[in-house]
Design a protein. Structure first.
Length: 294
């Protein structure tokens, strides 16, 4: 899923490279473009650096440009806002896109300590879960390759760290976590690495629950400053979809964002670290998933 431009001396694929301009061919071309963006994030992270706000804005702009220029036949919705018929190539492409958004948020950890439960991360996570739900309903999980366990893991992190006062949002959070967990569980019957991901997801959830139970009420209600700083910028461009895509699309609404900011006040300091996630597809992002426990 990561393409480092310096490692190749061939031009990106074009439709002329294929025998016919099929939907899979067009999806592959767009997939390569996304992998190049993710590769830029990976390169910066592997250098030991954290993205600054300018670099983050530039990469966000690249993602906004990608989704804006996506061919109509590869879009989830048509120009009138109606959902297009399900195509696994289109769903798969958007799963990579939403994963890229969360990875980019993770890369801003140097100045955005709350990236794990930021509105952008949460919305992308919710979109990932709902697309996997559609995949499950069509019994297409059997066609997914092993990299999807990585996408599920990335999508699970914001949902695991987020806590809300809203009963409906908490119910939604648990439902979406179960969608991701069950997807990885199905993948684990074919890919050993998926079993490791599943165990790590469950271990992280157990650890976070234990820490919360051991923390005082004052700690749990301590607000973090600038918890949604910068998230409003380009957010609508990153998510140019109707509200029906997922329950958390109301974050694009000013009132919804305000409600989210209030709920995020209980995402506090004792959930700032991630245990080490050990499986091969995270190797390009070691500094995102490594433990910060001293």
């Amino acid at each position: 899923m990561v393409i480092q431009i310096g490692d190749f001396d061939v031009a990106p694929p074009t439709l002329s490279d294929f025998s016919e301009p099929s939907l899979p061919a067009k999806a592959f071309i767009e997939h390569v473009k996304l992998c190049k963006i993710i590769g830029r994030v990976s390169q910066l992270l592997n250098s030991g650096a954290s993205l600054n706000s300018d670099e983050s804005s530039a990469l966000k702009a690249s993602l906004c440009q990608w989704i804006r220029r996506l061919p109509p036949e590869l879009s989830l919705y048509d120009a009138t806002g109606l959902r297009q018929p399900y195509k696994k190539e289109v769903t798969g492409l958007h799963l990579v896109y939403f994963t890229a958004i969360i990875l980019l948020q993770a890369a801003t950890r140097g100045y955005n300590s709350q990236w794990r439960a930021s509105p952008i991360s949460l919305l992308a996570s919710s979109c990932i879960a709902r697309l996997y739900e559609e995949t499950q309903l069509r019994e297409d999980v059997c066609f997914l390759i092993h990299i999807h366990s990585f996408y599920c893991m990335v999508g699970a992190i914001p949902l695991l760290y987020w806590r809300t006062r809203s009963h409906s949002k908490e119910s939604c959070r648990l439902e979406e976590l179960e969608i991701l967990r069950s997807t990885v569980e199905q993948l684990s019957t074919r890919f050993g690495g998926a079993g490791t991901v599943l165990r790590n997801m469950e271990a992280l959830e157990t650890e976070l629950q234990q820490r919360r139970s051991e923390s005082s009420i004052d700690d749990m209600m301590q607000a973090e400053e600038n918890i949604v700083a910068g998230d409003g910028e380009q957010m609508e461009e990153l998510f140019p979809f109707p509200l029906e895509l997922c329950p958390n699309m109301d974050l694009l609404d000013t009132a919804g964002a305000a409600r989210m900011e209030e709920s995020l006040n209980i995402t506090h300091s004792f959930v700032q670290d991630l245990p080490e996630w050990i499986f091969e597809d995270a190797s390009s992002f070691p500094s995102i998933f490594e433990s910060e426990i001293m």
